[in-house]
Design a protein around this ligand. Structure first.
Ligand code: ZN
Length: 78
């Protein structure tokens, strides 16, 4: 398992997401963004919009996705 924080994934807080792959922590971040914005957290709105934009524009979103995968691969295992 490795840990990436909301901040490392482009968000504004230090909530930690654990996963065995970059995809897992990216999905956890996606859920986290939706959950906190649904609770009225305005700080996460921009990060959520950016995340939504990535799914809508997979080609331009790919750079961010590759970087997240690279950052994840470079982390030590917990
Ligand atoms: Zn967060």
């Amino acid at each position: 398992m490795k840990t990436m924080t909301c901040r490392e994934l482009g968000g504004p807080c230090d909530v930690a997401h654990q996963g065995n792959s970059a995809d897992e922590v990216i999905k956890a971040q996606d859920k986290h963004l939706k959950a906190v914005v649904a609770q009225g957290d305005a700080r996460h709105e921009q990060a959520l919009n950016e995340m939504k934009g990535r799914w809508k524009h997979p080609v331009s979103g790919m750079g961010w996705y590759r970087k997240a995968k690279r950052d994840f691969a470079a982390l030590p295992d917990d």
